[in-house]
Write a protein that binds this ligand. Structure first.
Ligand code: ADE
Ligand code: ZN
Length: 339
């Protein structure tokens, strides 16, 4: 009886997750490249990939850390060449949003991954943006585009990307920082973030995914970020937890990503529940869903089951995603009212 009751309750929460409106704040558009599309584009663009079937691609998605993932991720991105490729990639993700009731999404793109192999910046942003505008027109999805600098490259290269972004100020709302974390502290990018802020871009940064709490401090103090992407290492620094709680700085947590990249051994050991108990401004996102095995709903549902979240905790996570978004205050209120 107890088992039956638990199962019924679980189904109720699962259904609630699926049907509720959601915002996604941590999503790399290149990380939505599903094996089927990767395969098709490799053929059409005549790009050699070290896989002969979709199953072989899937089997290669076994990672031991962030670095081992990024190697495969950048390799996969090589099949994206034409504006239509970026459109198709983005459109496929947006259809997924529609299916999952994601009503607002703020997506990252990594221009250096493309420009540094000869792909035109304009073509990348135009392909992505056209798909987003179409989704807005056809099913009302709202969005923001955030351009990320690759932190394993130097700041000079980031400045070049910022110059490109300035020509697309109407399409890009903010800048971020991603790629290999350890050995690449946020401070390295202080200058380019300052220039971005001076030009009115919002700022976010990956920090405390694998790297130490110190990197979160640096992202806050030197890059003046509005949100921290991941941030799961913050619990190792009590002063930092206090600061994040007092200022309600959003941490865009990605549970399935953290397990796939071995930040936590399994979902039961994820610290998201502890972060909620600390009253931190956390929510659930999918990061690179094509590589990590699930979009937002799966991240929410599996975390709820593994960490035994109550309905109230699930609601808090979903409300936090709207609160932490770059939507206007009135728009946030409208969505939050629905819970
Ligand atoms: N680029 C794509 N996914 C990433 C992640 N999880 N961390 C850092 N850089 C990334
Ligand atoms: Zn990420």
């Amino acid at each position: 009886m107890d088992y039956l009751f638990k199962k019924l309750k679980m189904n109720k929460i699962t259904e609630f997750i699926k049907k509720s409106p959601k915002a996604e704040l941590h999503l790399h558009i290149e990380g939505t490249l599903e094996p089927s599309l990767l395969f098709r584009l490799a053929k059409e663009n005549n790009i050699q990939i070290p896989f002969s079937s979709i199953n072989e691609i899937k089997a290669a998605y076994n990672f031991k850390d962030l670095e081992s993932f990024l190697k495969i991720f950048y390799q996969g991105s090589r099949v994206l060449l034409r504006e239509q490729d970026f459109f198709d990639l983005t459109w496929a993700y947006l259809l997924k949003c529609k299916e999952e009731n994601v009503v607002h999404t703020e997506i990252f793109f990594d221009p250096q991954t493309h420009v540094n192999r000869g792909v035109d910046f304009n073509l990348v942003i135009n392909g992505i943006y056209k798909a987003l505008k179409k989704a807005n027109k056809e099913f009302g999805l709202t969005f923001g585009v955030i351009m990320c600098f690759l932190r394993h490259l130097d700041e000079r290269s980031a400045f070049k990307m910022l110059d490109h972004a300035l020509e697309h100020k109407d399409k890009i709302i903010g800048v971020g920082l991603d790629s290999s974390e350890i050995g690449h502290p946020p401070k390295k990018f202080e200058g380019v973030f300052k220039k971005a802020i001076d030009h009115g871009f919002l700022t976010v940064a990956h920090a405390g995914e694998e790297g130490p709490p110190e990197y979160i401090w640096e992202a806050l103090n030197f890059l003046k970020v509005r949100r921290i992407d991941h941030g799961v290492q913050c619990l190792n620094d009590r002063k930092l937890v206090q600061k994040l709680r007092n200022d309600q700085i959003p941490l865009t947590v990605c549970p399935l990503s953290n397990v796939k990249l071995c930040v936590f051994n399994n979902l039961n050991q994820h610290n998201l529940k502890k972060m909620l108990k600390e009253k931190l401004m956390v929510m659930v996102n999918s990061d690179d869903p094509a590589y990590f095995g699930g979009y937002v709903n799966k991240n929410l549902i599996e975390s709820q089951i593994a960490l035994n979240f109550s309905m109230d905790e699930v609601k808090t996570l979903m409300i936090n995603s709207f609160k932490s978004s770059f939507l206007k205050e009135e728009e946030k209120k409208e969505w939050i009212k629905k819970f």
